[in-house]
Design a protein around this ligand. Structure first.
Ligand code: GLN
Length: 302
């Protein structure tokens, strides 16, 4: 029996409410928009039109997936980050609001910088961080590096989706290994690496643990493996005076700041997220110091 979009919306949000989903209305709208290929505005206009059996059946299948605990972002295949929409899938982490702080900090560092700049997004996942930065500055080129072929596939789609094929490239690479010098050097290195301590993985939310890629979450015994490796091995990929910016997990900011200090970075700075949790730790690769002439003279005399 044909029903209207309005009825489909009511039925779907009721079913989601019964599943205990708090944002049931919003999620119902997302599923119907995805199934019908409509924007939220179009859905609103079309509420009194009849939907098709096919669309109703697709929504039903989506509801089943949601009932199994799958996050809505994977079901609809896209998610928004910093006002842009990105293709996502189970190969990558769902872009998080917390991570917007990382992109904001990088954007603040590049604001007003003249001339061409280069940004490296290491462990890029969907590419949302590097792409959001490049999208804001016409003089910026970005390289998105990830080890996962599935993630690189999504990076490619998202680069195209945002018309950045001329300025943003994706590249396979392992953050735990030193980069090839052919990569050149960068003004900014941003990274949201895997940072969950291995022992904490079983305690993660089911929606994370059962659906998001383990490879993007597991940061080793203390969760800090990637910070140690990137801070040292990738330092040569930063220009002197260039900045490294990391997203960190709860309670990791001091340890990551220490890692950066030990690796020789200066001007360490920590930024909190909207929940007042330390979320981004950053530092500067020291500028090459010019040795003042006076010092040369003294040296020669002694
Ligand atoms: N923020 C993610 C979570 O809490 C983890 C992201 C990461 O390890 N980089 O699940």
């Amino acid at each position: 029996m044909a029903i209207t979009y309005h009825d489909l919306y009511l039925n779907t949000s009721k079913a989601m409410g019964a599943m205990g989903i708090e944002a049931n209305r919003l999620e119902a709208r997302e599923l119907i928009c995805a199934a019908a290929g409509k924007s939220p505005e179009k859905l609103l206009q079309d509420l009194n039109l009849y939907t098709t059996d096919e669309i109703a059946a697709t929504v039903e299948q989506m509801l089943q997936r949601r009932a199994n605990g799958e996050p809505v972002a994977y079901i609809v295949g896209e998610w928004s980050f910093l006002g842009l929409t990105f293709d996502v899938g189970p190969q990558v982490l769902i872009p998080r609001v917390d991570t917007e702080v990382l992109a904001h900090r990088a954007i603040a560092c590049l604001k007003g910088v003249e001339g061409n700049t280069r940004v490296l997004d290491l462990c890029a996942g969907s590419g949302c961080v590097g792409i959001s930065i490049a999208q804001r500055f016409k003089n910026t080129r970005a390289v998105l590096v990830d080890l996962s072929d599935g993630a690189l596939d999504l990076c490619k789609k998202n680069i195209r989706r945002h018309n950045l094929t001329g300025r943003v490239v994706h590249l396979k690479g392992d953050a735990m290994q030193a980069p090839s010098p052919a990569l050149g050097n960068f003004d900014i290195l941003v990274s949201n690496p895997p940072y969950i301590p291995s022992g904490d993985i079983p305690g993660l939310d089911d929606s994370v643990k059962n659906f998001e890629p383990m490879m993007a979450l597991d940061g080793g015994d203390d969760g800090l493996d990637f910070y140690r490796a990137i801070a040292t091995l990738w330092q040569p990929a930063l220009k002197p005076g260039g900045r490294i910016l990391f997203e960190v997990g709860i309670g990791q900011s001091e340890a990551v700041a220490m890692i950066l200090l030990k690796a020789g970075y200066e001007n360490i700075c920590i930024t909190r997220d909207t929940g007042k949790i330390d979320r981004v730790v950053e530092g500067m690769r020291p500028k090459e110091r010019e040795i003042p002439d006076m010092l040369h003279d003294t040296k020669e005399e002694t």
